[in-house]
Design a binder for this molecule. Structure first.
Ligand code: NAI
Length: 259
């Protein structure tokens, strides 16, 4: 049985993935801002450092896998936190956990991205570039001209940057070359507290419900957790840097000729 770190373990898809891993006998070290083995605020550099180190101490420097599910939705007024948690809460933790994932020779990491990477129009490239350069202040600055769309742009930018980061890092000697398989999931709207928060606000509810979903309805967090567990399994041996869309067909509908 393995040892897995799961961020965002207190709710939604992170919690569902942690439950499934525990149910099959694995040990999970959950990280969250509340109700977790390691309670830390991933919106701050100090919180991220603390979380990364506390997990490494608990697991004795060896991890079989990591699930990076902590995240914020496009909440107006939280633009900085969205960038910090959704991007640096993934890249900094995985950076510090990489040696532990390599230690066993075959660690797996799954990052929760989003189909907003391809379905949100006009995500500012300057935000994505600043995040990839590690410059959070510049990324926040680049959002200042986007008025009421700032939160949506912050969310889309954070997810686009984290997907780029996964694809770039996954195939390097440090990751693939060390036996680690790093991949991402890109869900569409999934019925979790994050989505419920959007549905509770009439303006964002309208945006969510008018989005085309060819198969209809919303995703089920338990099904998304099955995908996470699958990407942590041996089935992912030949997979690195993939971004798997599980979004009811929205991405294919909006971009039928792109792949
Ligand atoms: P959720 O809101 O149910 O769970 C997110 C978890 O992240 C919560 O437990 C929360 O406490 C934790 N978190 C938030 N800020 C934190 C911070 N500063 N420090 C530590 N932990 C923090 O959300 P859900 O839906 O399960 O989302 C999981 C991931 O999937 C997120 O990255 C989200 O962006 C992404 N996603 C969600 C979609 C949806 O429709 N639910 C669609 C596409 C992607």
């Amino acid at each position: 049985m393995g040892v897995y770190a799961v961020t965002g373990a207190a709710s939604g898809m992170g919690r569902a993935a942690a439950d499934k891993l525990r149910a099959t006998g694995h040990t999970v070290v959950g990280v969250d801002v509340r109700a977790a083995d390691v309670v830390a605020d991933l919106a701050t550099a100090a919180g991220r450092r603390y979380a990364a180190d506390a997990v490494l101490e608990t697991c004795g420097g060896r991890l079989d896998g990591a699930v990076l599910a902590a995240g914020l939705g496009p909440v107006p007024g939280s633009e900085r936190e969205i960038l910090e948690v959704n991007y640096f809460g993934v890249t900094e933790l995985l950076g510090r956990w990489r040696p532990a994932l390599a230690a066993g020779g075959g660690g797996r990491a799954v990052v929760l991205s989003s189909n907003s990477t391809t379905t949100t129009p006009l995500v500012p490239r300057r935000v994505v570039r600043a995040l990839l350069a590690g410059e959070s202040g510049k990324a926040v600055q680049a959002l200042r001209f986007h008025g009421p769309a700032r939160a949506v742009m912050s969310y889309g930018g954070s997810k686009l940057a984290v997907s780029h980061w996964v694809r770039r890092e996954a195939v390097t000697p440090e990751w693939a070359g060390s036996g680690i398989r790093l991949n991402a999931l890109a869900p569409g709207a999934v019925r979790t507290p994050l989505l419920d928060q959007q549905l509770a606000d009439p303006a964002s509810a309208k945006a969510v419900t008018s989005f085309p979903v060819p198969v209809g309805g919303f995703g089920d967090p338990a099904q998304l957790a099955d995908w996470v567990v699958f990407l942590l399994s041996d089935a992912a041996d030949f997979m690195a840097g993939s971004v798997v869309f599980v979004d009811g067909g929205t991405d294919a509908y909006l971009r039928p000729d792109a792949w």
